[in-house]
Design a binder for this molecule. Structure first.
Ligand SMILES: Cc1cc2nc3c(=O)[nH]c(=O)nc-3n(C[C@H](O)[C@H](O)[C@H](O)COP(=O)(O)OP(=O)(O)OC[C@H]3O[C@@H](n4cnc5c(N)ncnc54)[C@H](O)[C@@H]3O)c2cc1C
Length: 418
């Protein structure tokens, strides 16, 4: 048996999206269980910002103060080419209660969510892997493996996950928040086709004396998209798109240890290489480089599932869409999705709501992502739009830290219509 009581909803994956789903449902008095095959939450920052619209969700969950405790506010967006600033966007023009973007490390955000869940009596079941699922109209039969890390081998030892127990359960509803290689999605036979070129990014976090003044920057240089995010305590993150590299699929696996020793698994990511990238692509950045605390080469595919779910099993987050990292659209889009999904499940479970609500979820978000990933439509330039902005309109769409109507307002500031 999974926990003391059979859950109404099993959430597979305790990344930011699974944790938020669990919290939303618990708040609505739905019995949930949340499992993750790893032994603890992420060790690094990864998706590092909450869009203005996401802040409203955290307010609704009573977590805004905790988020602000760990965060840095971004109020403007600078858009650059190799030489100079081409435009500055004001996030304060958004008609949101919180008209700014909040930078918070993903590992800290996950901690805030996990702690809040624990306060509501739900403990993440780490080291539990969904190993089998057999969905039907009524419920889903699952097998969950309880794992343990074991050291094997005599002369050369290695650590491996070993199964200590398998739990069988019948689950009314499943949320697959199990990331890009989603087991739930694959078990449902849902395609996850590539819809654009794979991008690779070299990411560096370091201390700097640059005055970043609550501004994030997007630099489109040499056919690449690059981003500068200000962080707390005088740190910043530069993410550089790298064209002549092939980061491995493993680069997408989240590290669980927080401290990185030396250059980690990427010997090419030296300070010298960082300096070259800065000089070539963003010579206008004059800040110092001190104490590089994290560096990583990571692969970002562009993929979209052809459906958000089947039967009683529904997907959210990286399990359904993968996009460019610059505007943090993946995680924030997933938070908005999750709100609709958990509201639909609450209505079905607690108010005898119609199953159609789940199909509505699918019909709302698939077109949204088709647009964001450039499959359908795209931003349009006006006759008065700066020609450089007009030329880069598609790239800018995926780089701005906003979605929906907020994205439209920001695009409008640079003469683009969506
Ligand atoms: C190195 C790196 C850098 C990144 N940088 C950025 C960035 O700059 N900007 C940006 O927007 N995004 C970035 N991302 C992506 C961002 O982290 C994801 O979009 C975000 O984590 C998605 O959250 P999620 O909850 O959907 O999935 P995940 O965070 O991937 O969580 C899924 C969870 O499911 C668990 N799981 C998987 N299979 C099973 C199973 N069978 N049973 C139980 N549990 C399972 C996994 O262990 C994992 O904890 C980065 C990712 C990486 C790896």
């Amino acid at each position: 048996m999974l926990g003391k009581k059979k859950p109404e909803v099993l959430i597979v994956g305790a990344g930011p999206v699974g944790l938020l789903s669990a919290l939303e449902l618990t708040k609505n008095n739905v019995d949930v269980q949340i499992i993750d095959k790893e032994w603890q939450r992420a060790g690094h920052s990864y998706a590092l910002a909450l869009h203005a619209k996401s802040l409203k969700l955290f307010e609704h969950l009573g977590l805004l103060d905790k988020v602000f405790e760990h965060s840095y506010k971004v109020r403007t967006i600078g858009i650059y080419d190799e030489k100079e600033q081409k435009a500055r966007l004001k996030i304060s023009d958004l008609e949101d209660d919180y008209a700014f973007v909040t930078v918070i490390q993903q590992n800290l955000l996950e901690k805030v969510l996990e702690d809040a869940l624990l306060e509501r009596g739900v403990k993440v079941m780490w080291h539990h892997r969904l190993a089998h699922m057999d969905p039907s109209e009524k419920h889903t039969d699952v097998i969950i493996d309880k794992l343990m890390t074991d050291t094997l081998g005599y002369i050369i030892s290695r650590t491996e996950q070993v199964v200590t127990k398998s739990i069988r359960e019948e689950i009314p509803f499943i949320i697959g928040a199990d990331g890009h290689y989603s087991f739930v999605r694959r078990s449902l036979d849902i395609n996850f086709d590539s819809v654009g070129e794979t991008q690779h990014f070299a990411v560096f976090e370091f201390k700097t004396d640059a005055d970043l003044d609550h501004e994030m920057s997007i630099a489109l240089a040499d056919g690449t998209a690059n981003a500068l995010w200000p962080l707390r305590d005088g740190y910043c993150r530069w993410s550089f798109q790298i064209l002549d590299t092939e980061a491995s699929l493993e680069s997408r696996i989240k590290e669980r240890y927080e401290v990185q020793i030396g250059v980690g698994d990427n010997p090419e990511l030296t300070q010298n290489y960082l300096e070259k990238l800065l000089n070539k692509r963003v010579p206008w950045f004059k800040g110092s480089i001190e104490n590089i605390r994290w560096r990583h080469m990571v692969r970002f595919e562009r993929r979209l599932a052809d459906s958000y779910g089947k039967f009683n099993c529904w997907l959210t987050g990286d399990a359904t869409h993968m996009t460019s990292p610059v505007g943090i659209q993946g995680m924030n889009g997933a938070f908005l999705e999750t709100q609709q999904l958990t509201t639909a499940l609450t209505k079905i479970l607690k108010e005898n709501g119609a199953r159609q609500l789940l199909n509505d979820y699918d019909s709302k978000w698939l077109p949204e992502w088709r647009f964001l990933l450039g499959i359908d439509g795209g931003p349009k330039a006006k006759s008065s739009t700066d020609p450089w902005i007009a030329e880069h309109r598609k790239t800018l769409l995926s780089c701005l830290p906003a979605l929906g109507e907020d994205l439209a307002v920001l695009m409008n500031q640079i003469g683009l219509k969506i």
